[in-house]
Design a protein. Structure first.
Length: 247
């Protein structure tokens, strides 16, 4: 085999790998777009106009959340460029950062309804319901994130679990698009669209969706139905008891 043929043979796996990771780069940027679309009117737009009239805990939560999105894009870009060792080194920090997301999300998920209660903007029922929604986000994100950490040495599983974990965090952004009350199935479709796009990509490249995509989508969809019981007699006493500890 000539040197040119050898070089071509060695380049083909790299080209195929880069084509696959290019898809994930685009998908991660798409998810960042969903975040900005959801939070632009209420947070990022006013913030850029100089209206930073938010409690510090909300700003810290927003910074940690966007840090996670930036970390996702960076990790996918490193994989795309073939910087595997750098990807792994950053991933060790990413594990700690993921747990910071859970901690900060939990703190903000309780602090926000408490502050709205104290100012009289929300009723106790609405505040208690909000706790269920935000705690649910952390449960869904945490479960898929921990699974991704466990399977970090199996890239095909790991990257799909990380995608699913990040989709869990998009729930709040999609909720601010005001689709849930008017068109709940459309809202669910927008929220889960990165997973659905991933399934279609798998179908085209693998012949079938990866089981991780299917399991993640079902898990998230079931978890998303919590919005139907935020004012139920089963949840309200729990949510009110949580709030009572901080009010």
């Amino acid at each position: 085999m000539t040197s040119v043929a050898v070089a071509d043979a060695e380049a083909r796996p790299i080209t195929r790998a880069r084509t696959k990771t290019t898809f994930y780069v685009a998908l991660s940027i798409f998810m960042v777009g969903i975040v900005f679309a959801g939070f632009w009117p209420s947070y990022y737009g006013p913030l850029l106009r100089g209206d930073a009239n938010r409690p510090l805990v909300i700003h810290v939560h927003g910074a940690v959340f966007m840090g996670w999105m930036a970390l996702l894009v960076t990790q996918v870009a490193l994989a795309w460029r073939g910087r595997v060792q750098m990807h792994r080194r950053l991933g060790r920090w990413g594990i700690a950062y993921g747990f910071a997301v859970i901690v900060m999300g939990t703190i903000a998920g309780i602090a926000a309804p408490v502050m709205h209660l104290q100012t009289g903007e929300w009723t106790e029922a609405r505040a208690a319901g909000f706790v269920l929604v935000t705690m649910g986000d952390m449960v869904l994100f945490g479960s898929l994130f921990i699974a991704a950490v466990i399977y970090r040495r199996k890239p095909e599983i790991h990257k799909r679990l990380m995608l699913g974990a990040t989709v869990a965090l998009l729930f709040a952004a999609v909720g601010r698009l005001q689709l849930i009350d008017r068109a709940p199935l459309v809202a669910a479709g927008v929220w889960l669209s990165p997973l659905l796009i991933g399934m279609l990509h798998d179908w085209r490249t693998r012949g079938r969706p990866h089981a991780v995509y299917v399991i993640s989508a079902v898990w998230l969809f079931v978890g998303g139905t919590r919005v139907l019981v935020t004012e139920s007699a089963g949840w309200q006493p729990i949510g009110r008891a949580i709030l009572a500890a901080f009010v």
